[in-house]
Design a protein around this ligand. Structure first.
Ligand SMILES: [Zn+2]
Length: 419
């Protein structure tokens, strides 16, 4: 087999690229080896404009030879070298022609960028920068470029019928994004800085008349979302994600536990108080995720601390209701509300009031089964992005990564798309 054919396979080039020659660069001792592959695009009568993509007549050889960093091959770094010819585009004027291996105005090949951005998403930008020996800024620019390119190609707001509107924290000190997800695809379709009526309004501005097609909106109890939805999508049924309702119950349970713990401490029962504090994470977990031993600890509460036990029962009971068919759920909810209101547990009495307020939304959620945990799984993934990046300084940087990871626009690994 001819070595140029092998080289072409290693570089992942198709018919569009002709390899002219290869050179191993002289590198200092101990430094990583580098290989330059000289190429040219297949000869064509006219070129493509790098900026607008339109067909255009050739102009000149522009600035001459240009280098693009390509995927590493074995032990060496690989550079693609070619003459960056220019076209005379009717729309853009003299412009560097599009080349098959790279995006316009990038110093990296398309495959290299796809791989680096892939690593930045599953890990973080720092790790990707170290792994590929490029700067953090270069990785960041690639993420922005790829996200913008992908978002230009697709209209994520087209055809929405059921959406979830949610807030996501991106930085300490009450910095939030508003995130909109599509219940059908599970994708994030819109995100912006802030959590206010104005932010939700901006989403509906972008959506325009397509808001009429939105039949369901899920959200938490936040008035800043509900008020805007009522005006901008008046026919939509507003559901409340059960994930939020369960988290309210978990918070109420935690409050009861804390009150009981304080009581024990005030009564001078230091040891009992200490044991009680350790219950916190146990109580927050779902019953089916507890080990036998942990369940025994909770059963023991029935005699040791009836109030906390009752609070735990209320939390778990509420979770069970969301799995029932609507009619049964309605009856169970009546029972639950009566029990919670009489429980003499202030946080649950309060919770019962909130649930009465949102009852129509809760029943709509149970009826339409809209909570396949979309908000929950998106929140978890977005939390993972935030943790991996150890926080984001700007909302825009966070939005870019959220969209890349959750909007279904992440680059494929280069070898799955190579021509
Ligand atoms: Zn052009």
């Amino acid at each position: 087999m001819r070595s140029s054919k092998v080289l072409k396979a290693i570089c992942g080039f198709g018919r569009e690229v002709v390899i002219i020659s290869v050179d191993v660069l002289k590198t200092a001792r101990g430094e990583r080896g580098e290989v330059e592959v000289f190429v040219r695009p297949k000869q064509r009568r006219r070129g493509w404009c790098g900026r607008c993509g339109g067909s255009a007549p050739w102009l000149d050889n522009g600035g001459g030879l240009r280098r693009w960093r390509h995927l590493d091959a074995g032990m060496v770094k690989v550079w693609i070298v070619a003459v960056a010819r220019r076209v005379d585009c009717a729309a853009c004027g003299p412009t560097v022609a599009a080349v098959p291996w790279a995006r316009h105005a990038s110093r990296f090949t398309r495959s290299f960028e796809d791989l680096v951005v892939h690593d930045a998403i599953v890990g973080n930008k720092n790790a990707a920068a170290n792994r590929y020996d490029v700067s953090w800024e270069a990785v960041n620019n690639m993420c922005v470029r790829l996200a913008n390119e992908a978002l230009d190609r697709v209209d994520l707001l087209e055809g929405l019928t059921a959406i979830a509107i949610d807030e996501v924290k991106y930085k300490k000190g009450h910095k939030y994004l508003t995130v909109v997800c599509d219940h059908v695809s599970g994708h994030v379709v819109w995100a912006a800085d802030g959590r206010s009526k104005a932010t939700v309004g901006a989403f509906f501005d972008d959506l325009g008349p397509r808001a009429d097609a939105v039949a369901f909106v899920t959200a938490d109890g936040a008035g800043w979302i509900r008020d805007v939805v009522a005006v901008r999508a008046p026919d939509a049924i507003v559901c409340i994600d059960t994930f939020h309702v369960v988290s309210w119950a978990t918070d109420a349970l935690d409050e009861v536990r804390r009150q009981e713990w304080n009581k024990l401490r005030d009564a001078g029962a230091a040891r009992a108080a200490k044991q009680f504090k350790g219950l916190r994470f146990l109580l927050r977990r779902n019953w089916e995720n507890l080990t036998m031993r942990q369940r025994e600890t909770i059963w023991a509460l029935e005699t040791a601390n009836r109030r906390t036990f009752r609070a735990f029962e209320l939390k778990e009971g509420l979770r069970d209701i969301f799995a029932l068919p609507l009619l049964q759920a309605r009856r169970a909810l009546d029972d639950w509300l009566a029990y919670a209101s009489r429980s003499k547990l202030a946080p649950f009495v309060k919770l019962a009031r909130s649930i009465r307020t949102y009852r129509a939304s809760i029943e709509a959620t149970i009826e339409w089964r809209l909570t396949n945990g979309i908000a929950e799984s998106n929140n978890a993934s977005i939390g993972r992005l935030r943790t991996n990046a150890r926080g984001f300084h700007s909302a825009q940087a966070f939005i870019t990564m959220v969209m890349l990871d959750r909007a279904g626009i992440a680059p494929q690994l280069p070898w799955t798309t190579a021509a």
